[in-house]
Unconditional design. Sequence first.
Length: 354
Amino acid sequence: MAKRYLQLADGRVFAGEAFGAPGETAGELVFSTGMVGYMEALSDPRYHGQILMQTYPLIGNYGVIPADMVSDGLHPRAYVVRELCGEPSNYRSEGALNDLLRAQGVIGISGVDTRALTVILRECGTMPARITDEIPAETDTAWAASVPAVSLAEVAPAEAHTYVPEGERKCRAALIDCGCGTALARAAAELGAEVTAYPPTVTAGEILAAGPDLLLISGGPGDPRDPAAAPVAAALRELLGKIPAFGVGLGHQLMALAMGAEICRLKVGHRGANQPVKCLADGKIAITAQNHSYAVDAATLPEGATCTHINVNDGSCAGIAYPALHARSIQYDPTAAELDGVISAAKEAAIHAL
């Protein structure tokens, strides 16, 4: 394989081998701690525009499995791995990862010391990086200042779409899709909710006019203070308290922002399917899937809002309840049982409202 180089914003250079698509790119370098699930990670819209690095050393060993993708395409600008498996073995495999990245235009680099890179990011924080086929000079770091920020506007839908429930309809839900609404909508539909997913530009009036029993706010990429997310926060200020609401990921952050809380940027973020979260009510710890760079500053929560869950690794806020508003939110991907509980509660509330 041809040589390829990864350079950090501080000038350090790591040599590796090229795979995937040809070309050069730059973006925020982040790492995922999942041992499996590279198909899910590569197709996760929350990685849109970033350079994704896997901490697990062997990637591609079970090949390409389209059924495991969580969106229609791949989202990272580039993919960084320690060792790429060229001959996958799995009865569900439909090809090699190298071929998929090449077809989807994603640049890859293998053979780099991902352990050393992870240590650097943990010590220094997430930073821009670039991947190039030419040996970069360590003094050439001007490119880092021009790496663009990621916006939910790049992946959010432009039009509304309705998902039909499986079996008996339990409730009607309105979903504000911040970029990752497809997975949440399908999961809710499988549990009996009729879900109408709206783009993030939807107004409170449009949602109220539809008369849903439940409001869902999905996850998505980027900073919740992004101007493209401002319409969501504005709509939530009008909607919270009028419809039972449940926010996930970026939706969790936008709910808090709408209620007057502040957002902080995490040093390295939480990414992977092995993030421990503690429920403060009973002390139980769950292993969750997360993918975000920002968190709600629990010290700034308004009166009436309570932090219900924390990330065990750093103590950051991972769940909030707004009892008076019949709303709650979580920073991690919900389990089917959690989502079913939200839908069932909305169904009961709708019955009592009749």
